[in-house]
Write a protein that binds this ligand. Structure first.
Ligand SMILES: [Zn+2]
Length: 202
């Protein structure tokens, strides 16, 4: 944009952006900008959108001289400039890194390269809708009318963890239930994936 005769480059985040099929240009809605709190000033040479009634954030100029269509000239932001638009916070990093716990996230901050600086970690664990949904129990399976006719024809299994590691360093157990009888098996494991051990026990 041109301010007091000087060309100035600014990086902006425009939100929301809708997709219009077959449209080759991007349409901007003045009404949306006004609803978001920007003010408008315009004359024949330009339409300016102002934040706090004084800071010019957008400048549209006529498409051609004397044209009534005003255009905003800009390019898509590159990765470096995006850093100046988004301010990473704890919530953003938690969501973007696959909903990591606060402990692991703090280790990532100390042990990884390029982790954003200046992120403050909240003292209490903030409620995250994604994490809450992920921990919700799924809907129960419908009851089955059929039953295995022979032992070991159908086995139900589940892997669970002990709240405390055992004397022999077992932290997990695999519960196996034989459907055709009342026999259940429990195999203790040191690591969650010891399939060979489970298979041998079978
Ligand atoms: Zn989460």
């Amino acid at each position: 944009m041109v301010i007091k005769g000087k060309k100035i480059k600014k990086t902006l985040r425009i939100y929301p952006v809708y997709h219009l099929p077959c449209l080759t240009v991007r349409l901007l809605s003045l009404g949306t900008f006004l609803q978001q709190g920007l003010c408008i000033y315009g004359n024949t040479t330009r339409i300016s959108l102002l934040a706090n009634s004084k800071i010019e954030v957008l400048q549209c100029i006529p498409h051609k001289q004397g044209d009534t269509i005003y255009c905003l000239h800009g390019t898509s932001a590159c990765l470096q400039s995006i850093h100046s638009v988004f301010i990473e916070d704890y919530k953003t990093m938690h969501r973007r890194l696959g909903h990591l716990s606060k402990d692991i996230l703090s280790h990532s901050r100390d042990k990884t390269m390029g982790f954003p600086k200046g992120i403050s970690f909240p003292k209490a664990d903030p409620i995250c809708p994604g994490c809450a949904k992920g921990k919700m129990p799924s809907k129960s399976f419908p009851t089955s009318e059929s039953c295995a006719t022979k032992p070991f024809k159908k086995i139900h299994s589940d892997l669970k963890s002990f709240s405390v590691v055992s004397y022999h360093k077992h932290k997990y157990y695999s519960a196996l239930k034989n459907q055709s009888s009342v026999l259940n098996f429990l195999i203790v494991l040191a690591i969650p994936h010891e399939p060979e051990r489970v298979r041998t026990c079978n």
